[in-house]
Design a protein around this ligand. Structure first.
Ligand code: ADP
Ligand code: ZN
Length: 206
């Protein structure tokens, strides 16, 4: 199964992706995670995209498309993939159709007015990659899943969130229409608890 998770920043794509990847045994490919990994390791790619990412803008299309194209050649993608954070604009969606078209696109619908709070309350684990909200974990800075010290992502602040939402509306939201026209889009209510959102996804995937 070739699956895409679509949704605004902070819509819960990463959280749901971890659940889906586990249940359906699909490789979870998050372009955001791959970029952050490169920044951490200070690779040439990491150095190139650091400032762009910190400001809430998109990394260059050519680099991003090549990265995904390469990743999809891996052995583990023979059974399909779960893409999280890619494609993020029409150029990327059209490029993906050229090399490995998705079967289904799950759109996580959330109230954009609630996103700011979702993102500014987010704490991320640099080790296992999971993220949590202070509303659920309280003031602790210890990862509930692996014990590592949680961090606040550089792009998870009020100003950058505004820019990310703006870029989402301009560039990513049109993909809803793009995949609806292809008959591949299914929308899920993302303004529910993590378990409830996952239940809806399981219903869709069967
Ligand atoms: P979120 O979905 O919470 O915004 P991600 O981890 O998916 O977070 O992405 C963080 C940042 O990584 C983006 O704001 C962007 O700078 C970069 N990025 C991730 N995926 C892409 C992509 N497909 N194209 C361009 N930039 C990307
Ligand atoms: Zn962890």
């Amino acid at each position: 199964m070739k699956l895409i998770l679509l949704g605004a920043p902070g819509s819960g794509k990463g959280t749901q992706a971890a659940y889906i990847s586990d249940k359906y045994d699909l490789p979870h490919i998050s372009t955001g995670d791959i970029f952050r990994e490169n920044i951490k390791k200070q690779t040439p790619l990491g150095l190139k995209v650091k400032e762009i990412m910190d400001s809430g803008n998109f990394c260059p299309n050519d680099v991003t498309v090549e990265l995904v194209k390469d990743r999809l050649k891996n052995e583990d993608c023979k059974k399909g993939y779960l893409l999280d954070g890619f494609p993020r604009n029409l150029f990327q969606a059209e490029a993906l159709d050229e090399f490995c078209s998705p079967d289904l696109v799950i759109n996580l619908e959330v109230d954009l007015n609630k996103i700011e709070r979702r993102i500014t309350g987010r704490r991320s684990c640099p080790k296992c990659g999971n993220s949590f909200h202070v509303d659920f974990i309280g003031n602790t800075n210890v990862c509930p899943d692996c014990g590592e010290t949680l961090i606040i992502r550089k792009d998870d602040n009020v100003e950058t969130v505004k820019e990310r939402l703006h870029v989402y509306s301009e560039q990513t939201a049109p993909l809803i229409d793009f995949y609806t026209k292809q008959g591949k889009l299914v929308s899920v209510d993302g303004d529910k608890t993590i378990d409830e959102v996952f239940e809806q996804i399981v219903k869709v995937l069967g």
